[in-house]
Write a protein that binds this ligand. Structure first.
Ligand SMILES: NC(=O)C1=CN([C@@H]2O[C@H](COP(=O)(O)OP(=O)(O)OC[C@H]3O[C@@H](n4cnc5c(N)ncnc54)[C@H](OP(=O)(O)O)[C@@H]3O)[C@@H](O)[C@H]2O)C=CC1
Ligand SMILES: CC(=O)N[C@@H](CCC(=O)OP(=O)(O)O)C(=O)O
Length: 337
């Protein structure tokens, strides 16, 4: 089989770098094109020096038709709002797309437009695009033209919660998700909140009660389990480069953390990346990998679930490579172990 030809759009960002890094180790895929608004003659390795000697793809300005001709799949690493238009143009030129933004993740256009405060440029595709979590949607991903790659925080909440809700082991209306992210989760563009002096030696909550990943978590846990859920989600910025730790407080009724662990072991028995573990997971245990570690503990009438992922790997680019593998009929783990 010839190698899968991959293009990246939005090449100067962090998720783009992580895709390029992962592709250098992928035996059956190669990066053939990278586009950026920055038309300054630099190669990808000049933009991201850690790629020096490993990836000399030149940067070009995005022309959907020309990228589509060169590629079998395009990783669209753009911010929400800007992404949907590009995804639409690419699909019209018959290339498959993995969209890193939130533009096609939600079921409802109204919910999207309320939480993202933008008019959707391709509204008819909202609610009709597969969510890129192969643990639940591998069959649809395999034939998809567009895959909506999951959000980083939602990945760390949906994977532990959905099986427990589906199995009826926890209350659906009292779920508290307390998540901490490394600073790369905010992207590479300059913002005051992510300056060194703002983040170093400090941890802070943000978007309390108003983060757009709340509705994504509720939507997906509901879709997977078949039961509506209400969660309270609070994100925190922590002084790490990468990683997400989500601590989730649920009401367990008569059920125990041991039953929850068994539920996960059954659900993820054939999953290559999701690992229920006995220890308390830490972001360091999964850093730079596509693995997910989760555990559960009884605490009075609640259980506390702890889940660790790498925001740039299973939370973004690793998941995208996993999705690409599924789309092209390769084992999910190809290039990711
Ligand atoms: N960082 C993370 O951990 C995660 C990110 N995501 C999502 O992945 C996508 C990319 O994230 P990330 O790489 O971190 O973001 P970055 O900010 O690091 O990079 C995004 C890139 O998109 C391009 N871009 C920015 N604004 C616009 C615009 N208005 N129109 C067109 N292009 C634009 C720029 O590339 P250029 O200048 O080269 O054109 C920019 O470097 C986002 O949708 C993000 O929400 C999802 C999960 C986790
Ligand atoms: C630390 C930090 O700032 N994280 C980002 C989430 C990154 C992500 O996954 O966002 P998308 O849903 O847009 O893809 C945030 O809270 O906005």
């Amino acid at each position: 089989m010839s190698k899968i030809k991959v293009g990246i759009v939005g090449a100067t960002g962090y998720t783009a770098l992580e895709v390029a890094r992962l592709l250098t180790a992928h035996p059956q895929a190669e990066l053939v094109a990278a586009t950026s608004r920055a038309d300054d003659g630099r190669s990808l390795a000049e933009i991201h020096p850690s790629l020096a000697g490993r990836c000399d793809v030149p940067i070009e300005v995005l022309d959907p038709e020309s990228i589509a001709k060169k590629c079998d799949v395009v990783m669209c690493c753009l911010p929400h709002g800007a992404s949907a238009e590009t995804v639409h143009a690419l699909v019209q030129h018959d290339v498959r797309v993995i969209d890193f933004s939130a533009d096609f993740r939600l079921s409802s256009l109204d919910v999207y437009e309320k939480w993202y405060d933008v008019k959707h440029p391709w509204p008819e595709r909202v609610g009709k695009t597969v969510y890129g979590m192969p643990e639940f949607f591998a069959k649809q991903i395999a034939t998809a033209d567009v895959v909506a790659n999951p959000g980083c925080y939602p990945t760390s909440a949906i994977l532990p919660l959905a099986p427990l809700v589906q199995a009826g082991l926890i209350d659906t209306d009292d779920i508290i998700i307390d998540s901490k992210s490394g600073v790369s989760g905010a992207g590479r563009s300059a913002k005051v909140a992510t300056l060194y002096c703002e983040t170093n030696e400090s941890i802070s909550a943000y978007a309390v009660g108003s983060h757009r990943h709340g509705p994504e978590i509720n939507d997906l846990v509901g879709r997977i389990s078949g039961k509506p859920v209400q969660t309270l989600f609070t994100p925190h910025l922590t002084p790490m480069d990468r990683g997400i730790l989500s601590t989730i407080y649920v009401r367990r009724g008569q059920h125990s953390a041991d039953e929850m662990m068994q539920c996960w072991r059954d659900q993820y028995a054939s999953s290559a990346f999701v690992n229920p573990v006995d220890h308390l997971p830490a972001t360091k245990h999964v850093a730079g990998t596509n693995f997910v570690q989760m555990t559960a503990r009884d605490c009075g009438d609640r259980a506390v679930l702890v889940c660790a992922i790498d925001n740039l790997a299973k939370g973004a680019s690793g998941a995208a490579i996993q999705n690409m593998n599924v789309m092209f009929g390769l084992p999910e783990v190809t290039g990711l172990r």
